[in-house]
Write a protein that binds this ligand. Sequence first.
Ligand code: ATP
Ligand code: MG
Length: 421
Amino acid sequence: MAEKIQRIKGTNDIIPGEIEQWQQLEQVIQTVMTRFAYREIRTPLFERTELFARGVGEDTDIVSKEMYTFTDKGGTSLTLRPELTASVVRSYIQNNFQQTSPTVKLWYQGSIFRQERPQKGRFRQFHQFGAEAIGSPYPETDVEIISLFWEILIQLGVSDSVTLKINSVGDEESRNAYRDALRAFLKPGLSELSETSQRRFQTNPLRILDSKDPQDKELTRDAPRLLDYLNDSSAQHYRTVLSLLESLDIPFQQDDRLVRGLDYYTHTAFEFTSDALGAQDAVCGGGRYDGLIGDLGGSDTPAIGWAAGTERLLLVMEALGKKVSEPALDCYLAVLGEAQRPVAFNLLREWRAAGLSCDTDLQRRSLKAQLREANRQNARFVVILGESEREKSMVQIKFMDTGEQTEMSFDAALKKMMDTQ
Ligand code: ATP
Ligand code: MG
């Protein structure tokens, strides 16, 4: 026997029995996005590496160690997308979206690739869905986009198990002031910080607050708080966001260590986490990125967005017992004898077009085996077409709930099945 080929570690097959949960989630996402007037966008699975190096940031975990990067035959460095904001912004600039409307609201979903150590809730090919609102600097946009994700959680029945954590990193002026204060605070203990944090002390000191290293956490415990360094307009922006969230009854926790270290991030930063998950508890991350579009060659345009992990949200749903049932088969058509097949196929075509889910035997099996298959699939009706039935243009129809069986015309059988849907 030839050797069996296994899938790549960190990737998943989403098989029947699981796909139903995905479809339900995707349905809710699409419905809520449409209600909030966001339009779907689909961009390529791979882009020039430079897009992510600039759009995500060289100093991030994603770019420094997680990307699937390769050189194609033309010698161009390409990368499988490790997130979607950079691609959406690239597309926004390339397609001149700013000409269509002052605020462009987009949503997406699809595969994401990151070379990480696979574990529960952490894969190498996974899925995200997300939303971006491009063009408005005002805090009401921040609130709209946060409430969009909150509404998806409500529709899925999981909002009680998810917590919104929020912070503000202010505008450039506020962040510069804070960066100086943070450096001054960290300087005396600099050599005790982890290697990465020592490097980030120069490049990106805000990200040190984000470090998972226990020693770093200890050393930064009493670090100055970003909120104390917000200038008036940044503080005002943040206050408006929080008060609008309150008026919408969206619960939140302020988390002054929630930072985004790159220069293009401004003002609101947020994350949704769930206790229903283990160590990988983040279901969604987002924030304002007023500097990104300019950094990627567009004209300066304010924007805010979030991205949610589909697998993690499905884990939350599973932990809370939100399972949808598998699809039911309406009709199993058992066919006896080759000569009946053209009629059988025409019946199937008509019944399927009418909206019934129908299956039939493709193994040329006995009636007994076909009935067993109908049972296995939990068919609501079994319809039998043999030679004598076909000659009279009739079928036998068996009601699987009562076990009763009668003979009917083709039309009557269809009507019966439709009436009891
Ligand atoms: P984490 O801290 O868990 O590594 P992250 O900060 O890298 O998350 P983002 O880049 O903000 O995550 O991506 C948004 C969401 O995508 C996360 O909140 C999470 O739900 C999901 N996610 C991120 N990485 C993975 C992965 N490797 N496998 C599955 N889901 C992931
Ligand atoms: Mg990560």
